[in-house]
Design a protein around this ligand. Structure first.
Ligand code: ATP
Length: 455
């Protein structure tokens, strides 16, 4: 049994060895839900419509195990509010010497726009294959008021910001160029921007635009208000079978979409899964996503989630995401990852290569069957990598009651609705961080600017 170290957030990037129109303002349409409990319903959960699934048993899960020592966020307090609309942040005409680029989608992926009962209106945006946002405009720091920090990463932090044009809230990821260069992440950072610009899917975060100044890179995204799945999982210790299934099914749809686009995600973990105001998932952090038609070799990702072929520095393909899905499902069902062992990445790698997974007795047999088929080193046997592709995963018995079509339209209630009121910049679901003291937007020498021409 792992000790409490597994409760910590898993850091990502240090393990990489590769050097390698302004839309018109929209009036808020709804306030978010206020259910703060994790609701697990019957096995029907994943096939029920929003309108019919209101009677779930309340289960803020506590399985009697150790309380987390880190990461649990304070339960969200309702806080001042407003709502995002289907519009980008709005842009100023010019920008303090920043070089800039952004997209202005005509529509968003909708999750933050409408109450879930109107989900049928989301069909097209949710499943339509990517039509890359190509409209270019200009954002700059002067377009936003920077509010608090939502999260920190290896090279910078993510801020809640408010557009000075339409007063809506967004998340801006700020990356320090010098740090990106020092950690040999130039290619990954440019890829992140490229991949996020390309994708458009209900369960993926929307990138509205990017820009840079002499020191930093900025990525303007939707503010996903409900916090990280990681926090919910640590608070809950582990999820009941139907709850894990709900999140796994949404991730499966997102992976299916990404793989269809020729993109490997490579960084699946609860820290990168955010909940929107209705409790549906949004995958964020495309720092390791890559367009790979066939095989690639880069060692990147988070130790606990790495497939053996990645650990062994072999060439690998999209199937690494299916392996990681297995690890994610395991972690959601058990509260810890299968290869975790004392916190040392080397030990974790050893365990991954040994490939022995101990399944606790409380895991549902169908779940265990799926996990053994995903967490298998044999690529000729790994589900998702076989002839049927992602459909093999979707057709597995554990997902039997999932009505994929409805799920893709978010026409199924989420098991947990974060206690936020949408659109008001309510960041109560996020940890508090010491704020950045360094001023953004300063003029000065820009020795690394040439490396980030697309920003
Ligand atoms: N669009 C968003 N809306 C709300 N919060 C966000 C958003 N994007 C990121 N965050 C928060 O910021 C955190 C860090 O973001 P992200 O993982 O993209 O940064 P990173 O620098 O790549 O991190 P790491 O180095 O750990 O991979 C996330 O875990 C999440 O809590």
């Amino acid at each position: 049994m792992p000790t409490l170290g597994f409760l910590k957030k898993k850091k990502t990037k240090e393990h990489d060895q590769h050097s390698s129109n302004d839309n018109s303002p929209v009036t808020p349409t709804s306030a978010g839900g206020h259910k703060s409990s994790l609701t697990s319903t019957s096995a029907n959960t994943l096939s029920s419509s929003n309108s019919s699934n209101k009677g779930g048993e309340t289960m803020l899960v506590n399985h009697g195990g150790p309380q987390p020592t880190s990461a649990p966020r304070s339960a969200g307090q309702d806080a001042p509010i407003r709502s995002e609309g289907p519009a980008g942040p709005g842009m100023s005409g010019s920008a303090d010497g920043s070089s800039i680029q952004s997209q202005t989608p005509g529509q968003t992926n909708g999750s933050s726009l409408q109450p879930s009962v109107t989900n049928s209106t989301l069909t097209q945006t949710s499943t339509t294959p990517n039509t890359a946002r190509t409209t270019r405009g200009k954002y700059s720091l002067t377009d936003f008021d920077i509010k608090r920090t939502l999260g920190t990463g290896s090279f910078g932090r993510v801020h809640l910001v408010q557009s000075r044009h339409n007063q809506r809230f967004y998340a801006v990821k700020v990356l320090k160029k010098a740090q990106v260069v020092k950690m040999k992440q130039v290619e990954h950072t440019n890829d992140e921007r490229k991949m996020l610009q390309k994708v458009k899917h209900t369960f993926l975060v929307t990138l509205w635009g990017t820009f840079q100044d002499s020191k930093n890179l900025y990525m303007v995204m939707d503010f996903v208000e409900g916090g990280e799945l990681f926090s919910l999982l640590r608070k809950s210790q582990r999820f009941p079978n139907p709850v894990a299934k709900f999140y796994a099914a949404e991730v499966t749809l997102a992976l299916d979409y990404l793989h269809e686009q020729g993109i490997i995600y490579r960084d699946l973990k609860p820290e990168n899964l955010l909940l929107d105001r209705h409790g549906h998932l949004k995958i964020t952090d495309f720092g390791f996503a890559k367009e790979v038609p066939d095989i690639t070799w880069t060692l990147c990702g988070t130790p606990d989630y790495l497939a053996p072929e990645v650990v062994a520095s072999k060439g690998y393909n999209k199937s690494v995401d299916w392996w990681s899905l297995g690890i994610l499902i395991f972690e959601m069902l058990c509260g810890f990852t299968p290869f975790w062992d004392g916190g040392s990445p080397m030990k974790i790698y050893e365990n991954i290569l040994k490939g022995k997974v101990k399944y606790p007795p409380y895991i549902h047999p169908d779940a265990q069957d799926l996990l053994t088929r995903l967490i298998t080193p044999d690529l000729t046997k790994r589900l998702g990598n076989l002839h049927g592709g992602s459909k093999d995963v979707m057709n597995h018995a554990w997902f039997a009651e999932v009505t994929w079509e409805r799920l893709s339209k978010k026409d199924i209630d989420a098991p947990y609705v974060p206690p936020v009121q949408g659109g008001q910049g309510d960041a109560s679901q996020f940890d508090k961080y010491t704020e950045e003291t360094e001023q953004y937007g300063e003029h000065g020498p820009d020795p690394h600017g040439y490396l980030f021409k697309d920003f």
